[in-house]
Design a protein around this ligand. Structure first.
Ligand code: NAP
Length: 322
């Protein structure tokens, strides 16, 4: 069984930043990539708000740069999905792909969050045949077609705006009359002549015809009337669920399933296990906040491995080293 001082699970901005810091601290971390190497940013196009890139940078390019930076300092990467962890004793045990077991003195969990599904009839059956959760990945296939984007948050606005590059008509379908999205994202979508709106309706099923999407069936929340909105594609952009299923109750989670961290730190309910990025942050969920918490996790893990684990995490950030 391979033994490591530190294993990092996840390669989004949080995991890769933790890898850069941990590798520079000579911890030679093993970084497990998971099923979506690079994380959610690899499914986005231009990132305009990551500091240091005045003209923006493509999401996949940003992640590739972070990975190279971590490798330069000695981080080792392996592909594989974590199927099980044993946090009941140290060293912790991490099972990858159902069989390959690795031991670690400290663990950083940066497994992020995954796109939520509507859970309505037709959605699963037609996924990959017109139903998608990633406009960047699948938008190209809808050139000259009509699409629907479900959701009222920033993701829905972003996906809808992006899809107007390909589709002739994009309809945003939302379950309330008010949008959750930020003003700037709303305005961008509202000012786009290709975008139309169907508000205050609940999606009830995705209708297919000959293996393709034909319509989204919705119920009007005011009148109860059910109708079909004809479309070639349905993009579901209704938020995310943290990837914590593999922890099987071994760590304290909050009521939404996100890992609970202590005070200003990334320390979890298990000593020696740290969490960073979207898996512990239901609030900010930005690449830069994830990267920042990845840095904190590596510093917390380093401090723990040095033996100064009796730190009071609940006190102010003044304890951080310069
Ligand atoms: P979100 O803010 O949680 O919005 C989810 C939307 O989906 C809400 O409008 C919600 O409706 C709707 N919804 C949820 N479950 C649904 C269901 N079962 N059926 C129908 N509709 C459903 O998620 P998000 O848009 O993914 O954004 C998450 C975070 O990332 C936010 O902090 C956001 O600011 C950030 N973000 C930023 C950018 C950017 O700045 N470029 C881009 C994307 C995301 P209700 O409103 O009725 O709850």
């Amino acid at each position: 069984m391979a033994h490591h001082r530190l294993i990092i699970l996840g390669t989004g901005p949080a995991g890769l930043t933790a890898a850069i810091y941990a590798a520079r601290a000579n911890l030679e971390p093993l970084v497990v990539e998971g099923t979506e190497p690079g994380g959610q940013l690899t499914t986005t196009t231009e990132v305009e708000n990551f500091p240091g890139f005045p003209d923006g940078i493509l999401g996949p390019e940003l992640m590739d740069n972070m990975r190279k930076q971590a490798e330069r300092f000695g981080a080792r990467f392996m592909q594989g999905w974590v199927t099980e962890v044993d946090l009941s004793q140290r060293p912790f045990r991490v099972t990858i792909g159902g069989g390959d077991v690795h031991e670690a003195d400290a663990l950083i969990i940066a497994t992020g969050a995954s796109a939520k599904k509507l859970g309505i009839p037709g959605e699963a059956e037609l996924t990959g045949r017109g139903v998608s959760t990633c406009a960047t990945c699948d938008g190209f296939f809808f050139r000259g077609k009509r699409v629907i984007v479900v959701g009222g948050g920033d993701s829905a606005m972003e996906e809808a705006t992006f899809l107007t590059k390909f589709a002739t008509e994009v309809t945003i379908v939302h379950r309330r009359n008010e949008l959750r999205a930020s003003k700037v994202m709303q305005e961008r979508a509202r000012n786009n002549p290709k975008i139309s709106w169907v508000m205050n309706v609940t999606p009830v099923s995705v209708i297919g015809e000959g293996n393709k999407v034909k319509a989204l069936e919705v119920r009007d929340n005011a009148t109860g009337e059910v109708r079909q909105l004809e479309t070639d594609g349905v993009f579901v952009a209704i938020g995310h669920t943290p990837n914590t299923g593999f922890l099987q109750g071994q760590l304290e989670l909050n009521e939404l399933g996100y890992i609970q961290t202590r005070g200003v730190s990334t320390a979890t309910s298990v000593e020696g296990v740290f969490a960073c990025g979207d898996v512990m942050d239901p609030h900010y969920r930005q690449a830069i906040t994830a990267a920042g918490s990845g840095c904190k996790a590596a510093m917390d893990a380093e401090r723990f491995l040095e033996g100064s684990s009796s730190h009071d995490w609940s006190v102010s950030a003044g304890s951080a080293r310069a």
